[in-house]
Write a protein that binds this ligand. Structure first.
Ligand code: DX5
Ligand code: ZN
Length: 220
């Protein structure tokens, strides 16, 4: 069954711990934490300290999405801080194999993230080493953007590729996910749906997340 990863990027930053606890209570499966460095993306967010502060506020896995240049130098810091999943961007790492290996050596689930215009071909040689693939379905940097429609076929192509190779690698979809497109995304082959503004941008985030979970259960 599909999973929902509420993204705290759209939460009230003065109440992040409460947002995480609500997300857990309402059935969120993992907590998505967006790390931005002002270089790889034109925005700044959090560092390892936030991850370590949240570590004892939830029993859910912490899914740390590194939208940063030179991810290698930060992998051990986020691992130490308590991240459970760490994804780095294909576009930000020259030595993908080395960096993915470093995440695994730190005992964490290793993911590769691809921007919307980055071809799947770039991960062909490393696919079987990955614990998950994160497909960006907006250009990274902000929450609340519109889903880029051409990404549907990228999701189904990746799913087919994974199945044909008899691999079990979950596909995480990040950007513009909402109640109206999630069923289609699951049909495309999405396994984990990141939801930022669709949860925390709503008047009643708990109700929004509960609805999303209900739809995931129905879709199977
Ligand atoms: C965007 C981030 C996303 C963001 C998604 O750069 O990687 O995780 O939180 O936000 P929504 O769900 O609002 O598109
Ligand atoms: Zn993200």
């Amino acid at each position: 069954m599909g999973q929902i990863a509420p993204s705290i990027l759209s939460a009230d930053f003065t109440k992040i711990a409460e947002a995480v606890q609500m997300a857990e209570d309402a059935g969120g499966d993992v907590i998505h934490i967006d790390i931005m460095d002002g270089h790889f993306v034109p925005n700044l967010t959090f560092g390892p300290q936030l991850v370590s502060s949240l570590r004892n506020k939830t029993s859910l896995p912490l899914d740390v999405h590194l939208m940063i240049d030179n991810p290698r130098s930060f992998i051990p810091l986020f691992a130490e801080a308590g991240a459970d999943w760490i994804s780095i961007h294909v576009e930000a790492s020259v030595h993908l194999h080395k960096d993915i290996t470093l995440i695994k050596e730190n005992g964490k689930k290793a993911g590769l993230a691809l921007n919307p215009a980055t071809p799947l071909l770039l991960i062909e040689e490393i696919l079987e080493e990955l614990d998950f693939v994160l497909l960006m379905t907006v250009n990274p940097g902000w929450g609340g953007q519109e889903f880029i429609e051409s990404c549907h076929s990228k999701i189904s192509n990746l799913k087919k590729w994974i199945r044909d190779q008899k691999l079990q690698i979950p596909i995480e979809i990040d950007g513009g996910v909402n109640l109206s497109n999630m069923e289609e995304l699951i049909k495309d082959g999405a396994d984990i749906l990141v939801a930022g503004s669709a949860v925390f941008g709503e008047k009643n985030p708990r109700e929004a997340l509960t609805k999303m979970k209900g739809l995931v259960r129905k879709t199977g």
